[in-house]
Ligand binder design. Structure first.
Ligand code: PEP
Ligand code: MN
Length: 344
């Protein structure tokens, strides 16, 4: 159920609707918008009668939601969500660039990479302290030491930190050290982890599972939002196909597809999306051209010696070239978007 308040509805009227929802044993999700506030209702198993809400003061209409997701949709929030990360944001006018190594390997290399990222003008630094590796014998991340190094990057370089939490205990740790928590492709349907992320105060970067359909990805976001965390950024990172020329197939169509349904920001990951260093910049440009709100990209001071994902890591010079190209494309795209009223 979605309850749309009249444009002039008062705070009191909004709270009264929220209370009525709670009294029925359900959860209200209040979404203020530019022209009106909407209240999503979750927790009901069967259909509810809209009339009981429509009779409350300040309510314009109560709508049954037929789609499987409620909180991620444009029906609830017609304006795009801007996810605030301190004084910066993802989903606003500025294209968000998140760059850094796949894994935090040492203080020295991480600082060298952070310096290159800061120099490029990017506001976000990525780097894993715990890594989901296919082989149990591969480098798993520095753990505690890695989290500490990430905190130091935040302090010394003023960059916002994005890092993956693999499980509930690493999510506890991430909350102490980072600004945005990444849920990786392999965990996109780890429902207890999604629920835990939904109880976090930090924004969540939710990667698309490598075999996930759009609905499954959006429902994973819905898990997080249903717990009360509305600061979710979606990330397209490629899916498994029969293609052998790339590690994954970066599904650029998912960007307009998400936009068509959801108010959440969506970014691209051309590093995992291709797996090959020389493909990263072209696909980053394509993502920007397709209307992504930002990108997450792997950069390394010495890619051939990287402890994970070296084949897709950019050198500093390649990374700077990517930033220059993406910035130029983004200027064209935002000029175009400001002329197009609604992409429906
Ligand atoms: C990563 O960002 O390093 C990573 C492991 O990503 P994904 O979950 O998309 O594979
Ligand atoms: Mn990686």
């Amino acid at each position: 159920m979605l309850i749309v308040m009249k444009s002039g509805a008062t705070e009191e009227e909004i709270s009264r609707v929220a209370d009525a929802i709670r009294e029925l044993g359900f959860r209200p999700h209040i979404m203020p918008g530019a022209t009106r506030t909407a209240i999503g209702l979750t927790g009901n198993q069967g259909a509810l009668d809209p009339v009981q809400f429509e009779n409350l003061p300040g309510v314009a209409e109560a709508i049954r939601v037929s789609k499987p997701y409620k909180l991620v949709t444009l029906d609830l929030r017609p304006e795009k969500t801007v996810v605030k990360v301190g004084e910066t944001s993802i989903g606003g006018d500025e294209f968000a660039i998140i760059a850094g190594p796949c894994a935090v390997e040492s203080r020295e290399s991480t600082f060298a990479i952070a310096e290159a990222v800061r120099r490029s003008g990017a506001k976000f630094f990525r780097g894993g302290a715990c890594k989901p590796r296919t082989s149990p014998y591969a480098f798993q991340g520095l753990g505690d030491e890695g989290w500490k190094i990430l905190s130091e990057v935040r302090e010394n370089f003023g960059l916002k930190i994005v890092a993956e939490a693999l499980d509930e205990s690493s999510l506890d740790q991430a909350e102490q050290h980072v600004d945005v928590i990444q849920i990786g492709a392999r965990n996109m349907q780890n429902f207890s982890l999604l629920r835990r992320a939904g109880r976090s105060k930090l924004p969540i970067l939710l990667k698309r599972g490598m075999a996930a359909m759009l609905d499954e990805w959006l429902l994973a976001a819905e898990y997080i939002m249903a717990e009360g965390n509305y600061a979710v950024v979606l990330c397209e990172r490629g899916v498994r196909t029969f293609a052998q020329h790339t590690r994954n197939t970066l599904d650029l169509a998912s960007i307009p597809a998400v936009r068509h349904i959801s108010h959440l920001p969506v970014i691209v990951d051309p590093s995992h999306g291709t797996g090959k260093n020389y493909m990263v910049t072209p696909l980053a440009c394509a993502g920007a051209a397709a209307g992504a709100d930002g990108l997450i990209v792997e950069v390394h001071n010495d890619p051939p010696r990287a402890l994970s994902d070296g084949a897709q890591a950019l050198t500093f010079a390649e990374y700077q070239q990517l930033v220059d190209e993406v910035t130029a494309i983004r200027q064209v795209v935002s000029a175009r978007q400001s002329r197009v009223a609604h992409p429906r």
